[in-house]
Design a binder for this molecule. Structure first.
Ligand SMILES: NC(N)=O
Length: 708
């Protein structure tokens, strides 16, 4: 997604309010999360002081929390602010295509996540899987693809947020860019992945309430007059709101050339943002066995409702009102620069709800931004600590050391991403261009990565070369299309949508061909049990390193050094927790792992002696979920790409009744999302919530009785 930088509209809130809210929300969130981490540690035996907890939340997260966390990390500002802005530009087809461009990737991740659980049950990052199968060259190639994807994605989101805050308050861009990640660093560094699951829940709760609030209060405002009123106004102002490329120039048609092209670009770009972001893999590693598929698919269904309802209502309302006195800065023209800077939604809110609404809008921005930034931080920190530090710098690192490095890398990444965002802004980056380049760079890794888990015959050479060749293929198609269609290769021609779309398609699909052809050159077949051997050896090594460190610590600490001794004692039982096979929460009964803990390489172990850490029932259940995940994925693609939109792609302008029904369904979907990712997680986590509450209650009582 791209944003036009440096565009300031009318000032909708004071800078002081902007600063107050960013700092206040940051501090408030940190406080809540630090308290939650303490409660979890004290009463739920969950301690983010182990790498297993820090990175994959002990693989014990349930369905509800998984759904809300995936939803929250995936709900960017784009789904609200830019869906509305692009609906303003191209009409009501955009919000629908936007929704369809968000959910199938999450459904795909559900299938890949379950397969990873079956084949690589102890994985921490997707890159680790690549390394185990293809060695360090493949590992490095995918580290680069993942990190660039993550950095471009995250930085462009921070830029978008800072631009919006600058656009409505005039707050200095750099201040906004620094303040957004600041609070996130603290709670992410301390709490790890489980903390982001919890903040994600809070973000989801607040964001969904605000999204529903904005949608309904816009529609019910007397200047809009409900769905019927909105429809009448759009019809009445049709001549001043002509959209070239749409059937009859109407905002109310699905036959919109630009909308469908935009929808397709979004699909490829978003696919890379999910599959090539190890955060979405980690979240699936963090789930308990039964939770991955329901959790991810609930999130996929819920997110469908966000851009659709809100984008349609806000985008069309802006079209209906932008030439009326109620519009901010009327009669000044509402230029395309302002639309591209994302000011459609804040202007509608200012016009209809006023300052209170703008404050709420800032809260929504904060929620959408920080939840994604925190998951990006965990992802990059895991890559740096696990895939880089532990693999290449200090292979003998103990678990404690790894957690320490993870904390540092969270801070490092926060500083880095802030610097990149500021640099892009001052360097005059063209965000549209970057937004189109990122999919071409990141898409080539998707199929080879998926094949690493799905296809035993993909060779090392294929996995390494296919993404590289795919990138150059996409690049060549991008540039050649720009030259063919527009006569030259310039910034201007390469940021047109068709070259970008064709480039992304080439980048995404061509690695499939390269992978198969190169794999056929020297066929081999990978034995999936090698993953189990490599992982088990690593688990055993970590355990030994930790025990050794604990012994040294015990020897070093004198008996009077109570604090240090405490730390050691505390960490010993935790080590047990880091073995995912011992989790009662995963409900997976465990068989003995037959790996020889002294072995470090698969060659030393007879593969026939290797047994899976999960018992047969658990494996059967996982395989069932795997099949279900593919069925859901195929169903979602079929319905959202073909069966639903295609019959509407014809010479048809929505009638009043059809428009009303369409939008009512979109709004009902928002409520469904609320139940799926806000209410259901409370029900699903009722036992933990009650245990935690009882613990805090008794602790409070003890404290009071001691004082009295
Ligand atoms: N969720 C995104 N990438 O808009």
């Amino acid at each position: 997604m791209s944003v036009q930088l440096g565009v300031q509209g009318v000032t909708l809130i004071s800078q002081g309010t902007g600063y107050g809210m960013l700092i206040g929300l940051g501090v408030g969130f940190c406080g809540v999360i630090l308290a939650a981490v303490k409660i979890q540690k004290a009463y739920l035996s969950e301690d983010s002081g182990t790498s297993e907890m820090f990175m994959v939340a002990n693989r014990s997260v349930g369905r509800g929390l998984t759904a809300s966390a995936v939803f929250s990390s995936w709900m960017w500002i784009n789904e609200t602010v830019f869906s509305a802005a692009f609906c303003y530009k191209f009409g009501l087809a955009v919000p629908f295509w936007w929704s369809t461009g968000l959910c199938f990737q999450i459904a795909l991740m559900a299938a890949l996540g379950v397969l990873a659980k079956i084949r690589v049950p102890f994985a921490h990052t997707s890159l680790e899987i690549i390394r185990m199968r293809y060695g360090w060259i493949g590992h490095v190639v995918f580290i680069i693809l993942n990190i660039t994807n993550n950095v471009f994605g995250c930085a462009s989101m921070i830029l978008t947020g800072s631009q919006l805050i600058y656009g409505i308050s005039g707050m200095h861009f750099v201040a906004a860019t620094i303040l957004i990640p600041l609070g996130v660093v603290l709670y992410t560094a301390v709490g790890g992945l489980k903390a982001t699951f919890l903040t994600d829940y809070l973000h989801t709760l607040v964001a969904l309430i605000l999204i529903i609030y904005f949608t309904l209060s816009t529609l019910t405002h007397e200047a809009v007059g409900g769905l019927g009123g909105l429809y009448d106004k759009i019809i009445a102002t049709a001549s001043e709101n002509q959209i070239s490329g749409n059937y009859n120039g109407s905002l109310l048609t699905m036959k919109s050339r630009d909308a469908i092209i935009w929808g397709l670009i979004l699909k490829f770009g978003n696919l890379a943002l999910v599959v090539m972001d190890t955060a979405f893999w980690q979240k699936s590693f963090a789930t308990e066995v039964k939770a991955t598929v329901p959790g991810y698919n609930l999130a996929a269904a819920a997110i469908f409702g966000i851009p659709w309802g809100l984008g349609t209502v806000i985008g069309l309302t802006a079209r209906a009102l932008h030439n009326t006195p109620i519009w901010p800065a009327y009669p000044e023209e509402f230029t395309m620069d302002k639309v591209n800077a994302g000011l459609v939604m804040p202007y509608v809110i200012q016009a209809l709800i006023g300052e209170r609404g703008i404050d709420a809008f800032l809260v929504l921005l904060f929620m959408a931004l920080t939840s994604t930034v925190s998951s990006s931080m965990i992802a990059v920190s895991s890559i740096l600590s696990f895939d880089v530090y532990k693999t290449y710098i200090n292979p003998k690192a103990s678990d404690k050391k790894l957690v320490h490095v993870s904390h540092l890398t969270v801070v490092f990444h926060a500083i880095f991403i802030t610097a990149v965002s500021i640099g892009l802004n001052y360097g005059g980056a063209d965000m549209t261009w970057i937004g189109y380049f990122r999919p071409i760079l990141s898409c080539p890794g998707i199929i080879p990565l998926a094949l690493t888990l799905c296809w035993s015959r993909q060779t090392r050479l294929a996995a390494i070369l296919a993404p590289v060749l795919g990138f150059f293929t996409g690049l060549a198609i991008w540039l050649a299309t720009a030259k063919t269609l527009y006569g030259a290769i310039t910034m201007k021609t390469t940021e047109q949508s068709l070259p970008a779309l064709f480039g992304a398609i080439g980048s995404f699909f061509s690695p499939a061909i390269y992978s198969v052809v190169i794999s056929l050159y020297k066929p081999y077949s990978f034995d999936w049990r090698i993953f189990l051997v490599a992982e088990t050896a690593e688990q055993a090594r970590l355990k030994r390193a930790d025990e050794k460190e604990a012994r040294i610590a015990v020897n070093d600490s004198s008996s009077t050094d109570a604090q240090n001794a405490d730390g050691v004692l505390e960490s010993s039982p935790k080590r047990e927790n880091t073995d995912p096979t011992s989790k009662e929460a995963t409900s997976s009964k465990v068989q003995n792992i037959t790996s020889d803990s002294s072995s470090t390489t698969s060659e030393k172990v007879n593969l026939d002696d290797v047994t899976h850490p999960f018992d047969d029932d658990t494996l059967r259940e996982l395989r069932r979920w795997y099949r279900i995940a593919w069925w859901i994925f195929v169903g979602i693609v079929l319905v959202t790409f073909v069966l639903w939109p295609m019959p509407l792609y014809r010479d048809y302008i929505f009638t009043k009744t059809f428009f009303q029904s369409w939008t009512v369904v979109a709004i009902i979907w928002q409520f469904f999302a609320f139940f799926a990712v806000v209410v259901y997680p409370l029900y699903d986590g009722r036992h933990e919530i009650s245990r935690g509450t009882r613990g805090v209650y008794h602790a409070g009582k003890r404290l009071l009785s001691r004082k009295s």
